[in-house]
Design a protein around this ligand. Structure first.
Ligand code: ZN
Length: 339
């Protein structure tokens, strides 16, 4: 039996052309690839200040290069006063960024993920695999719900759609204080895939900026461009981004590849908190690099964070099916208090 399996594997290896993915243009999307980097809780004015003060040189270089763009017209929290209105916290925020819909559809109200409708409004990488089963999708995160709820909840039965899934869980004994180290592990795992494999789409999540904002890592820090510790956390993540970009550019056939790089956050913050409707929490940012970006529009028009997934589909040449985004379920009226 073992030899039969080996034979099958060898044959698959021989038929290299059938296995569409490879370096350069030999991918499922003719060399078009996506690197999506998420920085949790990174306030827009703080990342802008970090770039101005030379603390985020990698992001600055990415945005200021010919195909780059940096916009603060990106927003979290849905539409105020509408069914899409959602709290500016990580659960709904990352769900919106990874599924392309607001809370009225995805159903995630907070970080407990109760009521999430991932089977109907799935993680975008599951949709990519439906269109192109051989696509190589990889995700790296040190906030486990990204994988435990959003990715695993989107699976069709037991079918895994992530070719690489790296989760760095917090150490229970240290709460979140080791977040900078966890980000390093996330970075290193992502570097390994970027250098050694041929990913079509990668998502890389860094958690330390949010932890500094909350004052969890150091009580003197807060979500503010005036917090040196907060800006320092952004600077650390910026250096990780630099390493990822270097590895991307060092790929053997990088010149033939067409990478869309997207860097954004799930929400901002105020003091040591977030979740509300202030500009500091709702206004976010997007740093991006790629030939397919609508730069002018991004700089002038407010863009919801749900627009990120459609940008990815457009870059890869994927036409989203209407079945991926059906009408939201009717809004349930809050229960009347019983006297
Ligand atoms: Zn968050």
């Amino acid at each position: 039996m073992k030899s039969a399996i080996t034979l099958v594997l060898i044959c698959l290896g021989c038929a290299g052309q059938l296995s569409a993915y490879g370096p350069g243009k030999d991918s499922d999307f003719a060399g078009k690839r996506v690197l999506f980097i998420g920085i949790d809780g990174c306030r827009a004015d703080a990342v802008a200040a970090a770039m101005e003060r030379g603390l985020a040189p990698q992001l600055k270089m990415l945005c200021e290069s010919e195909r780059g763009v940096f916009t603060r017209k990106f927003y979290a929290g849905g539409e105020m006063g509408a069914a899409t209105h959602q709290p500016t916290v990580s659960g709904p925020g990352w769900t919106s960024l990874l599924t392309g819909v607001w809370m009225d559809r995805h159903g995630v109200k907070d970080n407990r993920f109760i009521g999430g409708r991932f089977q109907t409004y799935a993680h975008f990488m599951r949709r990519i695999k439906e269109v192109q089963p051989q696509a190589f999708c990889a995700s790296f995160a040190d906030w486990p719900p990204i994988h435990d709820f959003i990715a695993d909840g989107s699976r069709k039965g037991d079918a895994e759609f992530l070719d690489v899934k790296f989760t760095r869980a917090p150490d229970a004994s240290r709460h979140f204080v080791d977040n900078p180290e966890k980000d390093i592990e996330v970075r290193d795992a992502a570097l390994k895939t970027l250098s050694g494999r041929d990913p079509d789409v990668m998502f890389v999540y860094f958690g330390q900026v949010d932890e500094f904002g909350h004052g969890a890592t150091d009580s003197r820090a807060s979500f503010s461009p005036d917090s040196a510790l907060y800006l320092n956390a952004i600077s650390h993540v910026d250096s990780h981004i630099g390493e990822l970009l270097r590895a991307m550019r060092a790929r053997p056939r990088f010149a033939e590849e067409d990478w869309l790089v997207l860097v954004t956050t799930d929400h901002g913050g105020l003091g040591n908190k977030h979740g509300g409707d202030s500009d500091e929490e709702r206004q976010i940012w997007l740093a991006a690099h790629g030939a397919s970006l609508p730069k002018e529009k991004m700089l002038t028009e407010p863009t919801p964070q749900t627009a990120l997934v459609p940008m990815i589909y457009q870059h890869l040449g994927i036409r989203p099916s209407p079945e991926w985004n059906p009408e939201p379920p009717p809004v349930q009226k809050p229960e009347q208090p019983v006297k």
